[in-house]
Design a protein around this ligand. Structure first.
Ligand code: CTP
Length: 406
């Protein structure tokens, strides 16, 4: 593999030398691109000796090779480690005042960043906003470790051990983030929760954060698909990615219309949205007023449309809808039936090809960063259990989708 290792100016630059060692020992071709401040910590000679290649850090070196554009295109991966608060800020704003800044702007390959800084800097609202922006653009940010920092202080912000960074990076690549196996395919992903209006100000909603749906849209885009993200209410920003177009919806009815419209002629549909099962039967045009005394209105509910099932039915009726439809199931178990058994019954009921079964409960799945699920298949293929971050789960689901197309 050809890797660009960007090194920014923090004390952890010395650990990046060990990281470089791990990569070259496995036979990878590593091009080190330090920032000027990184050279205050570890000099060019060290990078050249350990990588066995010339090291450039200025946009105006090796100009005849158009190095600033070439590196990000030729590489299989760009890894920025350590990424200082300053380099994260520059990347989030697209600044290109040095070679690594240019490479990050031109890279069409997976980009991984391993931040390292003092806890205060990591927790600062500016840094957190920059990290969120970069993640929304599909950059994989490795969480910093907690422990001893440069001085005698400890906290979050420590550069993870080189072995951890390398194993997380490889994991990401192995799990398909770098495989463009959805090239030429179009995929619709629904994400977030629906809101059902009660009156002009109030609604019934749910706790969906949209994180899993956004992770799926990004993973599909990285795999080469042309993605439409139909987004309900989410806690996170919709991704800004040239291969993802975002359609905002509010209610279940909006979602149904959007899915039937945008999924027409597409190859895949992933229904990660948390859809309301009931909505107020009547919506008042004026805000419901409080009455004198202790009376409160009774809200009568009616069932919403089942978007997934309707899409499957419309497809059976001849509409050009995706060949592979993936549903999600949020299940709790009980004394007689496991969540997975409920999931299998739901797969049959819904008629889709693939179902991702999540066990839910207080503090499980909704709004959390990690997921623990089982992918089950209508054609009887073996179940695929998946655990880990929602990013990792997303990549696995995308791999299964690609297999189903094949
Ligand atoms: N779904 C849908 N339309 C609805 C409800 C759910 O399209 N009105 C989709 C969800 O996006 C998800 C799948 O159906 O992909 C299963 O959602 P879930 O809430 O687990 O199931 P329900 O259909 O609501 O069934 P139940 O409440 O009986 O478990």
């Amino acid at each position: 593999m050809r890797i660009v290792l960007g090194v920014s100016g923090g004390i952890a630059a010395y650990k990046a030398a060990l990281l470089l060692r791990l990569m070259t020992e496995e036979g990878h071709e590593v091009h080190v691109v330090p920032t000027n401040s990184a050279l205050n910590f570890v000099g060019k000679a060290t990078w050249e000796a350990l990588s066995g290649r010339p090291v450039y850090n200025d946009t105006f070196e090796a100009v005849e090779e158009v190095n600033h554009v070439l590196q990000g295109r030729l590489a299989d991966l760009v890894l920025l480690a350590p990424a200082t608060a300053n380099s994260l800020a520059k990347a989030a704003h697209g600044l290109a005042d040095d070679l690594i800044g240019n490479i990050l702007l031109t890279a069409t390959v997976p980009v991984v960043m391993a931040p390292a800084m003092h806890t205060e800097m990591w927790e600062n609202a500016a840094t957190q906003a920059n990290v969120a922006t970069l993640r929304a653009r599909g950059i994989h940010i490795i969480e910093p470790a907690t422990g001893r920092l440069t001085g005698s202080d400890t906290g979050k912000g420590r550069f993870p051990e080189p072995e951890d960074i390398w194993s997380q990076t490889k994991d990401l690549l192995d799990r398909g983030a770098a495989k463009r196996h959805l090239e030429g395919k179009s995929v619709v992903v629904s994400a977030g929760g629906t809101r059902e209006a009660l009156d002009p100000v109030r609604y019934l909603g749910n706790r969906s954060s949209g994180k899993q749906g956004v992770a799926l849209a990004l993973a599909a885009a990285r795999a080469g698909a042309d993605v439409t993200l139909i987004a309900g209410a989410m806690d996170i920003a919709a991704p800004q990615d040239p291969n993802i177009s975002v359609v905002a919806i509010e209610s279940t009815r909006d979602l149904l219309d959007a899915v039937l419209h945008h999924a027409e002629g597409k190859d895949g549909l992933i229904m990660a949205a948390a859809v309301a099962d009931f909505r107020p039967a009547a919506v008042t045009d004026e805000k419901m007023k409080k009455q004198d005394g202790n009376t409160a209105p009774t809200i009568v509910l009616e069932q919403t449309e089942d978007v997934l099932r309707t899409t499957v039915e419309q497809r059976a009726a001849g509409q050009q809808l995706p060949r592979v439809i993936v549903g999600f199931a949020a299940e709790t178990g009980d004394a007689d039936t496991t969540p997975l058994e409920y999931g299998r019954a739901k797969l049959q009921r819904k008629g889709c090809e693939i179902l991702v079964v999540n066990e839910v409960g207080v503090g499980k799945v909704f709004g959390q960063d990690d997921n623990d699920a089982t992918i089950i298949f209508a054609d009887g293929s073996d179940d695929v259990p998946i655990q880990g971050s929602k990013d990792r789960v997303a990549v696995e689901i995308i791999n299964q989708l690609a297999d189903a197309f094949a």
